[in-house]
Design a binder for this molecule. Structure first.
Ligand code: UD1
Length: 424
C-alpha cells in the first residue's frame, strides 16, 4: 500500500517571508455559526486544510449549500435550506470539533442529535461541560445507541448564569452559540479567553448577536431572535501555524518573517523563543525571528490562553531537544500528548516521559530517520526536527499534518528548506 510522506534534508538555513492563513480553530466555529443564519454567509481568510473540508461535509449533510473557493481562500454557506439536525458517527469520528454544531442546531431548531465523540489521538476529551452548560439554558439530553439527542422544551432556550469548572474552549463556544438564541441574558464565567473565541463572538456580532466580554473570562450574551447574512468576514490569523514557522526560523537561523498574525496572540510563545536565545521583532501583523549560536533550554507548561498553548508544545520540544542543557515540558491540557517523544528519540533526542512531564536532555545534533506523526501538531514538530537533523527525515502520517497546515511543504521550500512530499 502506498503512503504519502514529507521528506526533509536537514541543515539548510531558512530565511524569507511566510504568509499565515486563517486560524483553523476559528474558521471551523465560524462555519458552524453560519448554521444560525437562514441565508448566505461568506467567510474569508479560510485555510485550505482537511478539517475545513470535513466541516464542509457536516454542513452539507445537514442540508446547507457550501461553496469553497480555495484560490480566493473563501467559503460561502447558504444555510437557508437546512432541515436535518442529525450528525452521524462517521463525521464526528473524523473530527471532534464537529461537536460545535450542537449549539447552533439547538439554538435555531430546538433539537439536534450528534454521535458521542470517542477518544482521540491526544487522549480522552470529554464534553460534559458542553452538556451541563446547555442544560442550564434549557436543553435536555438523552443518549441512545451512541448518539446524544438534544431537545429544547416548549419555553425555548432561556438565558442563565453558567460557571465552567475549567476554561474549555469548545464548551465556551457551544454555549455562546446557543445563548445567542436564548431569551434574556446569559453570563459565562471562567470562560476560555482564546483569540479564536473572541473571533467567533465578533463574527456573531456581525450577524446581529449581542455579546460583550469576549477575550475575558466573563462573557455576557443577550439573546436575539434573528441573524442577518454577512458577506466577507475575515478569519483571524492562525497563531499556531505562525508559531510553528517561528520555531522553524529559530532552529534554522532566519531571519524568517511570518505575515498575517497578531503578535499579541503569541506573547507567551515569543517570550519562550527569546528565552531560548532567539531574537524577535514585530509589527502589528508580522513577527520576525532570527537566531545564532546555541539554544538555552527552557521549561514549558501548557495552560489555557494566555498561557503557553498546548498546540505548540510538540514544536517547542524540538528546540529543547537540541538545547545546551536540560529542561522540563509539562502538559496540563491533554492527557496523552507526548506520543511524539518516542519519534524524537528515534532521531537521537533524549526525552523521558513521566505522566504529564517530559524531561529533556539536550543533544548536539538530531539524526534524520523515518518517523511517524502520531497527531497533527506532533507531525509538524517532526518536520521541524527534520529541518535541523543530519541527513534525511521521512515523516509519514501526513494526513494528520494536512488537517491543520495548508502547503507546509511549499511554504518551507520557499524560504529555503530542502523538502518534498512524495508517495512511497
Ligand atoms: C480546542 C482546540 C485545540 C486546542 C484546545 C486547547 C479546536 C477545534 N481545538 O480543543 O486545538 O488544543 O482547544 O487550547 O478549537 N474537557 C472536558 N470536558 C468538556 C470539555 C473539555 O473534560 O466538556 C477537557 C478535554 O478533555 C481536554 C481539556 O478539557 O482535556 C481541554 O479541552 P477544550 O479546551 O475544550 O479543548 P477543545 O475545544 O477540545
Amino acid at each position: 500500500m502506498s503512503t504519502e510522506c514529507i521528506i526533509v534534508q536537514g541543515g539548510k538555513r531558512l530565511s524569507g517571508v511566510v504568509p499565515i492563513g486563517g486560524a483553523k480553530n476559528s474558521v471551523l466555529k465560524l462555519m458552524a455559526a453560519s448554521l444560525l443564519v437562514p441565508g448566505v454567509t461568506t467567510i474569508t481568510n479560510v485555510p485550505c486544510i482537511s478539517d475545513v473540508l470535513t466541516l464542509q461535509s457536516v454542513l452539507e449533510h445537514l442540508g446547507a449549500e457550501v461553496v469553497m473557493d480555495s484560490n480566493a481562500h473563501s467559503v460561502t454557506i447558504d444555510a437557508g435550506k437546512v432541515k436535518d439536525t442529525a450528525v452521524p458517527y462517521d463525521l464526528v469520528a473524523q473530527m471532534r470539533a464537529t461537536i460545535t454544531v450542537l449549539g447552533p442546531l439547538v439554538g435555531r431548531f430546538g433539537k439536534a442529535s450528534i454521535a458521542m465523540p470517542g477518544g482521540c489521538d491526544i487522549g480522552a476529551r470529554g464534553i460534559d461541560m458542553h452538556l451541563r452548560g446547555l442544560e442550564k439554558l434549557g436543553v435536555s439530553f438523552k443518549t441512545l445507541h451512541g448518539d446524544i439527542h438534544a431537545h429544547v422544551g416548549p419555553k425555548g432556550l432561556v438565558g442563565a448564569q453558567i460557571e465552567l469548572a475549567f476554561a474549555s474552549v469548545g464548551a465556551t463556544e457551544n454555549l455562546i452559540l446557543a445563548a445567542t438564541c436564548a431569551k434574556g441574558t446569559t453570563v459565562i464565567k471562567n470562560a476560555a479567553r482564546e483569540p479564536e473565541i473572541a473571533d467567533l463572538a465578533d463574527f456573531l456580532v456581525c450577524l446581529g448577536a449581542r455579546i460583550s466580554g469576549q477575550g475575558t473570562s466573563v462573557i455576557v450574551i443577550e439573546g436575539v431572535d434573528r441573524f442577518d447574512p454577512v458577506k466577507g468576514y475575515a478569519t483571524v490569523g492562525d497563531r499556531i501555524e505562525a508559531g510553528t514557522f517561528l520555531v522553524a526560523g529559530a532552529l534554522a537561523g532566519g531571519p524568517l518573517t511570518v505575515e498575517g498574525v497578531r503578535p499579541e496572540h503569541l506573547a507567551t510563545a515569543l517570550m519562550k523563543l527569546e528565552a531560548c536565545g532567539a531574537e524577535i521583532a514585530t509589527t502589528p501583523t508580522t513577527i520576525t525571528v532570527s537566531h545564532r549560536g546555541s539554544f538555552a533550554p527552557v521549561d514549558i507548561q501548557t495552560l489555557p490562553y494566555p498561557g503557553f498553548p498546548t498546540d505548540l508544545q510538540a514544536q517547542f520540544m524540538v528546540l529543547d531537544a537540541v538545547a545546551s542543557g536540560s529542561s522540563t515540558v509539562t502538559e496540563n491540557i491533554f492527557e496523552s500528548r507526548f506520543k511524539v517523544a518516542d519519534e524524537y528519540n528515534r532521531m537521537g533526542a533524549r526525552v523521558r516521559v513521566e505522566g504529564h512531564h517530559a524531561y529533556i536532555e539536550g543533544v548536539e545534533e538530531l539524526s534524520g530517520a523515518p518517523v511517524q506523526a502520531p497527531d497533527l501538531r506532533a507531525g509538524a514538530g517532526l518536520v521541524l526536527a527534520g529541518l535541523i537533523a543530519d541527513g534525511t527525515t521521512r515523516v509519514s502520517g501526513v494526513e494528520f499534518v494536512d488537517r491543520g497546515y495548508e502547503g507546509i511543504v511549499e511554504k518551507l521550500a520557499t524560504v529555503g528548506a530542502q523538502i518534498t512530499r512524495e508517495t512511497v
